[in-house]
Write a protein that binds this ligand. Sequence first.
Ligand code: FAD
Length: 485
Amino acid sequence: MSRPERGGVVVVGGGVAGATAALAISRHGLPVTLVDEQPQAGGQIYRAPTPYARRHVPPNHEFSGGDRLRALLAASSVRTRFSTRVWGAWGASPGMELDLLGPDGIDRIGARALVVANGATERFLPFPGWTDPRVIGLAGASILMRNGGTLPGRRVVVAGAGPLLFSVAHQVMELGGRVVAVIDSGRRGDWLRLAATLAWDPARLRLAAQWMTRLRLAGIPIHHQARIAAVHPEEDGLSITISGTIAGTVAGTGRQGTPVRHYGADSVACGHGLKPATLLTRTLGARHRFDAAGGYWEPETDPSGRTSRTGLYATGDAAGIRGAAVARLRGLITGHAVALDQGAIAERDFASLTRRPRMLLRRQEHVSRRMLPLLNASASLSRAIADDAIVCRCERVEAAALRAAVAAGARDLNQLKAWTRCGMGPCQGRMCEDGARGLLAASCGLPPEEAGSFTPRMPFFPLPLAALTGTFAYSDIPLPKAAPL
Ligand SMILES: Cc1cc2nc3c(=O)[nH]c(=O)nc-3n(C[C@H](O)[C@H](O)[C@H](O)COP(=O)(O)OP(=O)(O)OC[C@H]3O[C@@H](n4cnc5c(N)ncnc54)[C@H](O)[C@@H]3O)c2cc1C
């Protein structure tokens, strides 16, 4: 590998937070490189749609917002490296280094300051049958429909937690599909309380009201305090069994009683909220805290995104899930903070540039924090994970094996990993950590944060061996001489 490119500031993640931070940094005259694994900037909400989706999905503010962001980047001095994934990170003093895999193979880049804006990971709580390929994540389903113009199936059951549930149900209808039912693990009252908070954010309130009205008018059953108990393949699709969130409650009512209902569908879109993607900040040794409302770990940051490690910043959803508007404001403030710390602007300029964004951020944060409990279903659902549900799909570890390990004395996630291989596969626990943590906490009455989190390992993602070895002829491999007799 060549010597790492030494540079200025590196931003990982070209979503709304990272792109906004990079633009702010470049405006202060600092060299900045933006790295993203996607072929274009935009992240989750502003992801560039395919030409097919532009023709088939009704125009929306995500398309136009994304186009604006991409135009601003193209007109700026930000150096962009798209289709490039960060798979390793090193904390060598004084700067940091990142291992990249891009169109030209692997590369290492040095950063005197590093902004981590790598967004969020979707959370899943397992049930028997969730590994069927027709069960898709809510975020995945949304990307498929919004950015690809394609339905996950003609008849879709939408299940899980948080506002994405209703957004995805609405998108299915928009593309001409049928929503068979919406299975929400939250309580109806939580949504009504949230609606009151959304009075602070009329645009989001209008959108939510539009989604709900359309579902109600179409007569689609919506079950609150309910979960998928199991999914079974049938000849003509999937059979979906739903139940109350706590074993023994009636789906959709929260009352004690017979807990079962059945639906038939072509696919299930299911997800239990989002959590910050913390592999990078954890690998680089930043301190993290457990957010009890969100039920996830996030890096400790000051209000400008500085982590406990000098030169390392976390912003947008990577610093705690708050939605797109907060991500943009956080990215802007972090960008100015980097410029301040690098000596490109004075404290006075920083204060005046961030006064209004900080004021707007306080208001938006208030609304976004209220949504967190709706995105955190693990406490109520983990107790009900069936013994035969596969929790770790990479290593095929079932809940019963985890419960046996807990009964034998395992008390944190890394013990579970060592004893059962849960979290040891190529996804590095991204898919199973929440289920395993919830199950461990519920089985022995521990607060979830005491279960810790899986230790991150590099490479963060599977790498093609050819990328590491490069091309070579076997005859070039130096063979050691035979040992002297
Ligand atoms: C399906 C879906 C729908 C949503 N709808 C709404 C909505 O209607 N309203 C709302 O307010 N919020 C919504 N959100 C949340 C919103 O998308 C996020 O709050 C917002 O996108 C956060 O911006 P971000 O820049 O922090 O992260 P993201 O937009 O997630 O961007 C992170 C970027 O980092 C890149 N990345 C990650 N890891 C690596 C790596 N290792 N190497 C290189 N690049 C990497 C990703 O490719 C991505 O482009 C939605 C989220 C999802 C998933």
